[in-house]
Design a protein around this ligand. Structure first.
Ligand code: PMP
Length: 356
């Protein structure tokens, strides 16, 4: 079993914090009411939802908790804002945005120069630019891409509760609980003014997002947001040190490249080891009880090369040899030291095997 100290795939999801679990449990047991019911159990659930909304709003610095609408996660929040008729998105977006634009042809891709996004030169209804890229950790300035567009959305999934970002200038933002040690299947859309027209019709969430509220999930999200808000600075310092330690210890590996440019989130480290398949490294480290991710595919189960690395004109050999190590406060200096030793050995062995 991989314990959370040796779990280095925190950009995919994070282990739940015990305090979050403890906060959720009553709402799965005795406080099981429907948050929209008028009786005492309903009121208790409803009050817990509103407290959670306040914590999520506070985490991102939103003025009013009513700017937060709960969703099933960032995927839903992202696709909700893409309902605007004429959208343009960055070519580095998460697949929940990128694939919608690519396959459904409902929008355009913003131009870019390397990692620099060119501001929209058309009056798009919405532009969408993430704050932190989930594959390579690069940081972006979403509001700087607005140009002539009417509204700006940012996918803050890998930023909120982790690193400072600017909410100013954003009209919408997507959030997800499970990236900050909260439960899966719950997230939110921040809307500076009103949310977009509903995708799910129903009376809940002021009529903007129907469906019986996931009370325990929302409470867990609220608690995870409260904790992240309190501990963000200390966690950031911790993972910054760990990332630095990793980079230094891997620097002497020949034919190794760091991806993501100069401005990256300390939570994410994308590396390529020429001549070694990323997937082979993931499997070899899994055998040694470490969880990392292959950075070559949009999702570790997809065989298509990463659209992010492709957009950066990365050569196929380097794309195939990419892995992602993503950190959390549960990783330690000793687990990082051992990971790096084992990773170096695996790279050496796999390279030798490749040559044989
Ligand atoms: N956007 C980004 C940047 C992500 O990293 C993820 C999760 N991998 C998502 C969106 C999707 O979030 P969720 O799992 O909450 O749907």
């Amino acid at each position: 079993m991989i314990d959370r100290e040796n779990y280095f795939d925190n950009a995919a999801t994070t282990p739940i914090d015990e305090r979050v679990l403890a906060a959720m449990l009553p709402y799965l047991k005795e406080d099981f009411g429907n948050a929209n019911s008028l009786h005492e159990l309903g009121r208790r659930a409803g009050d817990a939802v509103e407290r959670a909304r306040e914590h999520v709003a506070a985490l991102i610095g939103a003025e009013d908790p009513q700017q937060i609408t709960f969703t099933s996660g960032s995927t839903e929040a992202n696709q909700w804002v893409l309902a605007f008729p004429n959208c343009a998105v960055s070519p580095f977006e998460h697949s929940s945005i990128y694939e919608v634009v690519r396959h459904r042809g409902i929008g355009a891709f913003l131009k870019h120069n390397g990692l620099g996004i060119t501001p929209a030169n058309e009056a798009y209804d919405l532009v969408s630019v993430m704050a932190v890229n989930n594959e390579i950790g690069s940081l972006f300035h979403p509001s700087a891409a607005k140009g002539k567009a009417r509204r700006v959305h940012s996918d803050l999934t890998q930023a909120a509760g982790k690193i400072p970002f600017q909410l100013d200038g954003l009209d919408y933002a997507s959030l997800s609980a499970h990236k900050i040690h909260g439960p899966k299947g719950i997230g939110a859309l921040y809307s500076r003014e009103l949310p977009p027209p509903p995708m799910m019709i129903g009376e809940q969430e002021r009529g903007f997002r129907g469906g019986t509220l996931n009370v325990a999930g929302i409470v867990g999200f609220g608690e995870a947001a409260r904790i992240a808000n309190l501990e963000e600075a200390q966690n950031l310092e911790h993972v910054t040190n760990l990332r630095q330690q990793l980079v230094e210890s891997l620097q002497d590996v020949p034919d190794m490249k760091l991806n993501g440019g100069e401005c990256v989130s300390p939570y994410i480290l994308s590396l390529s080891f020429l001549g070694v398949e990323g997937e082979s490294l993931v499997i070899d480290l899994d055998r040694q009880s470490y969880a990392i991710s292959s950075g070559a595919a949009c999702s570790s189960k997809s065989l298509e090369p990463s659209h992010v690395l492709l957009a950066l004109n990365t050569e196929p050999g380097w794309i195939r040899s990419t892995i992602r190590i993503s950190l959390s406060r549960y990783n330690s200096s000793s687990s990082v030291r051992l990971l790096s030793q084992n990773l170096k050995r695996s790279v050496e062995i796999l390279r030798t095997m490749g040559r044989a």
